[in-house]
Design a protein around this ligand. Structure first.
Ligand code: OFO
Length: 159
């Protein structure tokens, strides 16, 4: 059975994943309205993925005899200036989430809860990938120039 302390920290992460999902959904709405359909598609997928993470963590908690909770989700920011700005925001946000995941692993190590450590290691690796992907997109938009952004946007539609 999982400890109350780890249960609370994982529930906080479930809330954070749902907040991330809403953030990316808001970004997707913005991008779709601005006519960047490839980037909007990428962002809708990202929003779905974050929701899946929340569910995955909730199922894990329940498997370990814990209780999963949906807490209040704070409002997300809105209104961005450019594709570059939006993906810089994604990159920054993913770096923040990596810190949150590391904090859970640290707590699981402190309690010698090997199952929780093992479960969250996959998210440590996933965050490495997510940071790298966001950084790569930022880089592409930086290099794209005025016309290249259309090409990068359509590439993102292939996700
Ligand atoms: Fe939930 O994977 Fe990134 O944030």
């Amino acid at each position: 059975m999982i400890s109350k302390k780890l249960q609370n920290i994982i529930n906080e992460q479930i809330t954070a994943e749902l907040w991330s999902s809403n953030l990316y959904l808001q970004m997707a709405f913005f991008l779709e309205k601005e006519g960047w359909s490839g980037s909007a598609h990428w962002m809708y997928k990202q929003a779905e993925e974050e929701r899946e993470h929340a569910l995955d963590m909730a199922h894990y908690l329940m498997q370990r005899g814990g209780e999963a909770k949906v807490a209040m989700i704070d409002v997300v920011p809105e209104g961005w200036g450019s594709l570059l700005e939006i993906f810089e925001h994604v990159y920054k946000h993913e770096c923040h989430v990596s810190e949150l995941i590391n904090r859970i692993v640290d707590a699981a190590v402190a309690e010698n809860d090997k199952a929780t450590q093992n479960f969250f290691w996959k998210y440590v690796s996933e965050q490495v990938e997510e940071e790298a992907t966001a950084a790569e997109i930022v880089d592409k938009f930086k290099k794209a120039g005025e016309h290249g952004v259309f090409f990068v946007d359509s590439q993102l539609g292939a996700r």
